[in-house]
Design a binder for this molecule. Structure first.
Ligand code: ZN
Length: 308
């Protein structure tokens, strides 16, 4: 049977039940006072789907309160369709495509996509490379840095730095204003366990920070060396291949990416990469993981437009 024929994609009641089971795995929790247990479902004929009432503070609420769905008039079943499409499309899906597929306006589709990217954002602070695993670090360039003249060094492009934990397969990416020792060291030290083995290319900005880890393996890309001649585990091929998925997606689907939105696109590609098929995560499981991330990620239209 097609995944898309599941009732939560078509029936609003089923959509609420699906979201509730994932946002409230232990039963409903009042978003106003935090209590649980004494919560009643309102079932009157004129009651909207999913409305509950808290027995303690007496306030009504639905599962949408405090999530990316709050204050949205888009039916929950369409949100679930959009989330499934974004979670399962390897290179992403454009706001235009969502607009045509879901039958919502382009503006609504754009806003939904950005909210879904917020849900994809990984708030985890657990360092990579715990237990002595290998962590690859590298930078890539994309798009255009506003106001910078075109130079050979790539300064006129937007700068991205990423880390991949080879054991867990997870990826974390960051937008940088400058690529230099200070910026690179800060990210590496904040996100990589000291017991890890750091894997980089020969770039000089990794030399000093690399010395703080149990080992620092580096290749010499400039000399055509992509895997160390001395140790086949020393390479950055994992992160390089993740960059190529990111770049193909950004070129093909999201042609114009503003710097102020780049971190959200990175969150999207990191999310899919960290939950990819090769790690045993199928499309349905990936969409469910995404759904677990909707809480506490409310994004207003103003913040989506740029200030945040
Ligand atoms: Zn309450």
């Amino acid at each position: 049977m097609s995944v898309l024929s599941a009732p939560h994609f078509h029936n609003e009641k089923a959509a609420y039940a699906y979201v509730e089971a994932r946002v409230w795995p232990e039963g409903p929790v009042c978003p106003h006072c935090g209590c649980f247990g004494r919560i009643y479902e309102l079932k009157g004929k004129s009651t909207r789907i999913g409305v509950r009432k808290c027995g303690d503070c007496r306030k009504p609420f639905t599962v949408k309160v405090g999530t990316i769905f709050e204050a949205s008039h888009v039916p929950l079943r369409l949100w679930l369709q959009a989330m499934f499409l974004m979670a399962s499309s390897k290179k992403g899906i454009s706001a235009n495509q969502l607009h045509r597929t879901l039958g919502v306006t382009l503006k609504t589709a754009w806003f939904m996509a950005h909210r879904i990217r917020e849900a994809m954002r990984d708030g985890s602070l657990t360092p990579f490379g715990q237990g002595g695993g290998a962590v690859e670090a590298d930078e890539t360039f994309i798009g255009r840095e506003p106001g910078e003249p075109i130079t050979r060094g790539g300064n006129h492009k937007l700068k991205v730095m990423s880390l991949v934990d080879r054991d867990s397969g997870r990826k974390r990416s960051f937008v940088l204003d400058f690529i230099n020792v200070k910026a690179i060291s800060e990210i590496v030290l904040a996100n990589v366990s000291r017991e890890a083995v750091l894997m980089t290319d020969e770039a000089r900005h990794y030399v000093k920070v690399g010395a703080q880890f149990s080992a620092h393996g580096h290749t010499n890309h400039a000399a055509g060396e992509y895997v160390s001649r001395f140790n086949p585990l020393v390479h950055t091929n994992t992160i390089e291949s993740s960059f190529s998925i990111f770049k193909r997606g950004m070129r093909g689907i999201y042609q114009h990416c503003d710097k102020r939105h780049l971190h959200r696109y990175l969150a999207e590609f990191d999310f899919r990469y960290s939950n990819r098929i090769a790690l045993g995560v199928n499309d349905v499981a990936r969409a469910d993981t995404l759904l677990a991330g909707v809480v506490g990620k409310r994004l207003t239209y103003q913040t989506a437009r740029g200030q945040a």
